[in-house]
Design a protein around this ligand. Structure first.
Ligand SMILES: [Zn+2]
Ligand SMILES: [Zn+2]
Ligand SMILES: [Zn+2]
Ligand SMILES: [Zn+2]
Length: 1017
């Protein structure tokens, strides 16, 4: 009972336990003292009741009744022990149930409490994660850190760490529900943070590399502007997002040059990304434990102090890029260049300039006294001509600046890029003499561009325009303005080219006229640039439109070039001309939908690919015109027109405004290899054309370049025949396609379109014929043979699809014929090879050469003597060794017998080695010829032939030097092939074996006769 009671109260608060335990102990200790025992039990029940109420137990009623019954008992003699015992037993059973219930309730209560607490913690952790996520996101933007400084980096890293910690905590708490979304959101934020950190750490190296690249393109002056536009550190986007260069205030010339250079060098991220192998060796890359990010540590040399940084250290030899409010690396570079070019000229920059080329009484241009009519002197006029050129060039740059759209941004670096551009213009050829340039630059241009001049903001387009016009005013001090009438006339003549009703498009000649009109208008406008007249405004507007139109039309063929290279990539280039004729290229260039029947009549493969590519979001819609002209052309910028023209890279090559035309290959590519190189026979009527019969009645296989009936029973031949039928299958499919597609051709097709279509089909047939879809035909011999035998003579001439179809079907009929009926052929014995022609014939040497033979002797040997050494005098007087199969020069080296022992021991010089090789070759020839004499007649029956110093094995489809024929014959692979041939029950094998057995004696005799005949010589 003590136990039960303890258990009953145990889950409850400490207080109850403290009060209950002594009571229980007292009850146990009180023994027979009945009154006391009653009191104790009563008290205990009171406590129990209290406890039950405290935990909200429903059973309180029973307890209260028990308590009441206990109280009802008379005191002090409250009944007998029996009553007490009965009461106690009721109490106990009642209590047991209660305790169980009690325990359950207590457990539940605890669970609820825990759940509530857990939910609270989860809520808290989710909120923390969200807070960290937002905090991190607030620090980054599209192109990296918002605050691109070290403190910005630090803050970002700290937020990333917070986010990681918060997420770890959330993970530990097992947060369910929308956790997945939340986690992926956090990962996104974390990755954005990591990308920003990476960008920050790579920026230094990337910018430094980009600056070097720009310098190589002569575009260093653009670096600052590109940097502030956020492009410098990722120049490779020039290729993918050219629009990023628009409206940032970059001169058109620079923009175009940048695109060209990017195209030419196939610019990619790889050009600028930092690379581990470039990191100076004292630096090591490490990974941070907390964030799993890379950082760098410098091994500290003598001090053993380690330096740590997130940025990639600059590779050796690279200068850090700097671009800040005080200036940039590119500006410093520009100034150095100017100083260097003008260093010989002592002209001071002056901010107050009345007469730019006069200081005091000195003329700065002529270094003479400027008084007494100096201005009209011939010396001075000479200098003024140069001055005028400089002033015109400045005017052209001012005009370029004027035609920029007014929303081009206000950006640090604008002044720097145009200063560089102006410098480039002034330095262009023909060169202006340095003395004039120095005065012009230091006393006209720089005073306006220097920082002290705060009248206008040189980093805004309007400010820069005003400043340079100011300079122009000073430069043109003695020139007269153009009259409004002159300018208006120029406007009228340029204006008509903008008129789309007069000039809907511009062709090669009209574009030249338009460019000339633009040039005139620019030169006229330059003379009134400093005014603010309405005529000027009008002129600038017309110029802008005319330039845009010329630019558009001159670059139209560039789109053709891109289009063509896309087709080529997909092996569709044969339809280029047809698509051009059907207006597809223009539609795509304009962004218009392509006409529904544009692909009619083309092979299905073409139509499917093209439809997919020219639908609204297809590949062709993403094409951009190429900027760089074809290899043998160059693009040249005309300052006077403000646009590029194209020029062939030959001396005095023609110049044109149109982008050079794409040369679409008009002819089918020539198929390699020529059947004439093969040993040929005569076609056999009614047979598949790759079998021909030679003069001796033996079959020739053009597929395998093999000879003899045994070959036709070989596995190699069977493989090539399979390739032949695979080509047939592909062409049968093409023929079916051609039949279907030609029915959809309407009678409206022009003959030129039909001829283009025929070319497309022939091209497709060629592709299908030569296509190698297995590795079995390594050299493509089967496809080439197919082409030459069946298509070569008509392919180039076909001018209508119907004709192609007719010829294709004829070719397929022939290709499908069977090999000849072998048993019906007229078989003859084999003709043995001709000694001394098909292989060299070793004669007994009639020379007695020894180590002491003087070298001169060799030069006086006669033809017969040489022949006995295997050496033949050729028509041109040179020597050829039949044993070594090579030209010999000089003879002494080849026939040297000096110290044969030394040669044998190979302690030889190069000369002796040659002599040794000759002797070896002669030995080999003698051995092989001896064997051939004995067993050579058997070779033919095993499918082998010897001809022109080579052997061929028709069973193995193999060939090699004649000296190796016996080696091949005894090789394992040949033995196997011969076994298979012997065991074969095919009709070809049977016929071949029949031939062999019937001619065995005749052949042996002929063979022996051929050898014996040689002995008589
Ligand atoms: Zn002068
Ligand atoms: Zn063959
Ligand atoms: Zn030789
Ligand atoms: Zn063989």
């Amino acid at each position: 009972m003590e136990k039960i009671l303890s258990a009953a109260i145990s889950p409850l608060e400490l207080r109850s336990v403290e009060q209950g335990m002594p009571l229980v102990k007292e009850i146990a200790a009180s023994g027979g003292a009945i009154t006391e025992r009653f009191d104790k039990v009563l008290k205990l029940m009171g406590l129990g009741l209290e406890v039950h109420e405290a935990i909200g137990n429903q059973e309180t009623k029973t307890w209260r009744q028990l308590q009441e019954r206990l109280e009802e008992l008379p005191t002090p003699q409250r009944g007998s022990w029996q009553q007490l015992a009965a009461l106690e037993s009721t109490f106990t059973t009642e209590l047991k149930d209660t305790i169980l219930h009690h325990l359950a309730v207590a457990k539940n209560y605890e669970k609820t409490l825990k759940k509530k607490e857990a939910a609270r913690l989860q809520q808290q952790s989710m909120a923390a994660v969200e807070r960290c996520r937002l905090a991190l996101l607030s620090l980054v933007e599209d192109d990296g850190l918002k605050d691109k400084t070290h403190s910005g980096l630090k803050a970002c890293l700290a937020r990333m760490k917070d986010l990681t910690d918060a997420m770890k905590k959330m993970e530990e708490l097992n947060v369910a529900g929308d956790a997945e979304d939340r986690v992926s959101g956090c990962h996104k934020a974390w990755n954005a943070g990591r990308a920003a950190v990476q960008q920050f750490s790579e920026k230094q190296v990337r910018s430094a590399k980009a600056f070097i690249w720009l310098r190589q393109q002569n575009l260093a002056h653009c670096a600052r502007l590109l940097d502030t536009a956020g492009i410098l550190e990722r120049l490779h986007i020039l290729r993918t997002s050219p629009q990023r260069l628009e409206a940032i205030g970059l001169p058109y010339r620079c923009r175009y040059l940048l695109f060209m250079a990017a195209e030419r060098e196939n610019l990619s991220d790889d050009n600028f990304a930092p690379k581990l192998e470039e990191v100076p060796e004292e630096w090591e890359q490490r990974t941070s434990r907390h964030l799993n990010l890379k950082f760098f540590e410098k091994q500290g040399g003598q001090q053993k102090r380690q330096q740590m940084q997130w940025e990639w250290p600059l590779p050796r030899g690279l200068v850090a890029w700097q671009g800040n409010a005080e200036g940039s690396t590119s500006e410093a570079w520009q100034k150095r260049d100017e100083e260097h070019a003008l260093s010989s000229q002592m002209v001071n920059q002056s901010n107050v300039v009345v007469d730019p080329f006069r200081e005091g009484s000195q003329c700065l241009l002529c270094h003479q006294n400027a008084e007494n009519g100096h201005h009209t002197s011939s010396t001075h006029c000479q200098q003024m001509k140069q001055w005028k050129i400089a002033s015109d060039r400045l005017a052209m740059v001012c005009l370029d600046l004027d035609t920029l759209s007014q929303d081009e941004a206000r950006r640090p670096g604008l002044a720097s890029v145009w200063r560089g551009e102006l410098w480039e213009a002034l330095r262009a050829s023909p060169a202006i003499p340095t003395n004039v340039l120095a005065v012009f630059w230091r006393r006209v241009v720089l005073p306006q561009l220097s920082l002290q001049n705060s009248k206008h903001d040189s980093e805004s387009l309007l400010g820069l325009q005003a400043l340079l016009k100011e300079a122009l005013k000073v430069a043109r001090i003695l020139e007269e303005d153009a009259t409004d009438k002159e300018v208006s006339a120029a406007i009228t003549s340029a204006e008509r080219f903008i008129d789309d009703t007069k000039y809907p498009g511009l062709d090669k000649s009209s574009i030249a006229l338009a460019a000339a009109a633009i040039k005139d208008l620019r030169l006229a406008t330059a003379k009134i640039l400093h005014t603010r007249s309405a005529v000027l405004k009008n002129a600038v507007a017309i110029l802008g439109q005319a330039q845009a139109k010329v630019k558009h039309h001159s670059l139209e063929p560039a789109f053709h070039a891109t289009f063509h290279s896309w087709l080529k990539k997909h092996k569709l280039e044969t339809c280029f001309k047809l698509l051009d004729q059907r207006g597809v290229i223009v539609s795509i260039l304009k962004g218009d939908p392509v006409e529904a029947n544009a692909a009619v009549g083309l092979p299905t493969r073409f139509a499917e690919k093209l439809w997919k590519a020219w639908c609204s979001d297809g590949d062709l819609r993403l094409l951009r015109p190429l900027c760089s002209p074809p290899d043998d052309w160059e693009a040249v910028f005309s300052r006077n027109v403000g646009l590029f023209y194209f020029c062939k890279r030959v001396v005095h090559g023609p110049a044109q405004w149109m982008y050079p035309p794409t040369l679409a290959e008009d002819k089918l590519p020539k198929v390699q290899g020529n059947l004439e190189d093969l040993t040929r026979g005569q076609p056999h009527s009614g047979s598949v054309p790759y079998v021909e019969i030679d003069l001796n009645g033996e079959p020739v296989c053009l597929l395998c370049k093999a000879h003899g009936l045994e070959h036709f029973a070989s596995a190699g031949h069977a493989r090539n025949v399979n390739l032949w039928s695979a080509i047939q299958d592909r062409l049968v499919a093409a023929d079916r396609d051609l039949a279907v597609q030609s029915t959809s051709l309407t009678s409206h097709s022009t003959s030129s379109q039909l001829s283009e279509l025929a070319k497309v089909w022939v091209g497709e047939i060629q592709r299908l014929t030569l296509e190698q879809n297995t590795g079995a035909d390594l050299e493509g011999q089967v496809g080439r043979t197919f082409w030459h035998l069946l298509f070569d003579d008509w392919a180039a001439k076909a001018s209508r699809p119907a004709q192609v179809q007719q010829e294709l079907e004829r070719a397929l009929r022939i290709a499908g014929l069977a090999e000849p009926k072998w048993s019906s052929l007229q078989w003859k014995p084999r003709i043995p090879p001709q000694p001394d022609v098909d292989f060299p014939w070793p004669l007994p040497s009639i020379l007695t050469l020894s180590a002491s033979t003087p070298a001169e002797v060799f030069d006086h040997l006669n033809a017969e003597a040489l022949k006995s050494e295997g050496i033949k005098v050729q028509a041109d007087g040179s020597f050829w060794c039949a044993f070594c199969d090579k030209a010999v020069k000089p003879l002494a080296n080849h026939l040297d017998r000096t110290s044969l022992e030394a040669i044998a021991r190979l302690e030889a010089t190069a000369i002796r080695l040659e002599a040794k090789q000759h002797l070896d070759s002669r030995d080999v020839a003698q051995t092989v010829v001896a064997s051939l004499r004995a067993e050579g007649h058997e070779l033919g029956r095993e499918g082998m032939t010897i001809s022109k110093r080579r052997f061929r094995c028709g069973l193995c489809n193999i060939s090699g030097s004649w000296t190796r024929c016996l080696e091949h014959r005894s090789s394992r692979s040949h033995q196997d092939a011969y076994q298979r041939f012997q065991g074969s029950t095919s009709s070809i094998a049977a016929q071949a074996k029949l031939n062999n057995s019937s001619f065995i004696e005749v052949e042996q005799t002929a063979w022996k006769a051929a050898f014996d005949a040689m002995d008589k010589w």
